[in-house]
Design a protein around this ligand. Sequence first.
Ligand code: GLY
Ligand code: MN
Ligand code: MN
Length: 510
Amino acid sequence: MKMYLVNKLVKLCSNKLALGHRIRLKYSTNVEISKNVTLQNRNINFLQRSYGQPTAATHPHLIRRGELLPGILLEDFKHRRSKLIENIQKDSSLSQMPDRTHLLIIPSASKVYMSEKIPYVFRQNTDFLYFTGCQEPDSVLVMTVNNDNCSSTLFVRQKDSQSELWDGPRTGVDAATYMFGVDQALPTSEFENYIKSFLRENKNTIVWYDHTEVVQPELEKKLSNFLSQSAKQVFDSLKTFIHDIRLIKTAAEIKLMHESCDIASAAIAKTIAISKPGMTEHQIFATVDYECRMNGAEYLAYPPVVASGNNANVIHYITNNQVVADGDMVLMDAGCEYHGYSSDITRTWPINGTFTPQQRILYEVVLDIQKELIEKLRNMPTLDSIFHEMCLLMGKRLQDVGLIPKSVGHDKLLAAAFSYCPHHASHYLGMDVHDTGKISRSIKVRPGMIVTVEPGIYVNARNKLAPPEFHGLGIRIEDDILITADGPVVLTKNCPKEVHEIEALAKSNQ
Ligand code: GLY
Ligand code: MN
Ligand code: MN
């Protein structure tokens, strides 16, 4: 009886609960208790229906009413799906094939195991997340277009008390329709039948499914068998349509990117401040990781590079197990993932707080070039042209400081600069670190895009041109830039990079 009353009260009050109101509950025993609901959520949640991911009712500190993911409304996901359909329908290469039926298949990620029964932290397939907001593994979004009739079907795992006992609640089929705002939800076990019967009834269907990058191996097995047998017309280019949409960030996404960049900027500044000679690269890694998580990020966006001294010459150095020697610099490339949005920052600093003359010379070259490249974004260039500009500027500057002989002519200068910086100067950034990989870097940037600018100079054993006092130095400076009609906006501006700022920060714990 008491339980019944409590349930009833919880139901009656659930709207207020989500808003964190202070309420008074009166039990049948006449014991009046005052509850600060924000603190009592745990008890309330126990009585509520649970889902496979946070909701406004269960996690009001993360999700507001109307949102499906933090900062992103349920309506936005519907809009994204409509936009994808619209773009496919109006694609010029398809306009020669009017009246065709389309079937789009976007799989979620599956769980991946590091060893027997031990899963890696689950990260949803970004394209699937972008169009569904669904954070569960082994799901599939299927959209169909038949003349002007569009439908969205989400295939999700059924509820299963035994599995849920181990892995936590699933949203289940019944709740998925309203939770994700799709036309219908079906159990994943129905996926094959659904596709087969759709194709039987719609012989002229174009299937949009990307075989080139497998994100759900079981689904891939089923589909590759079956689609090749039924010889349907399959287009791999769905990803390009998807990335075209993801490339331009909405206001809500820009807000999340701002936050991600702010958290990582502060974490890196703090990490530089506490660093000192004798610390390990690993401790520096732990500090930036801790600072990001403590300030709201879910985790780091990628294994960070924390490279002291000559280790900075290994571009993807992630072993991070060396002691940082007095007199060395540390190159740290780290960013965080905040509610699905990634930052990507690199800073290089002298561990003892003072650049040596050679370190300072190269640092200033990289910094000047980086600032110049950021400014060039005002003219809406391509990212490839930013790389070309970087090589040009670097070639000249390295001649000035004696790392490339003055005798090297213009034709060989770019190659000489490239030998000091073997990576690109820029990539798109967003939900993924190397975001929207299907979009060429030969298109001009546009407002709403976010890109990195990350020139570097690495003087390793292969750079025979460099005087010995520069050997072993590796420097990169990387910021995240929002392109706007009024010019580039540096989202990572709160992460210091001027020589005097870096030295002052790095000196603070000596
Ligand atoms: N952190 C990876 C990159 O800068 O591209
Ligand atoms: Mn980057
Ligand atoms: Mn980076």
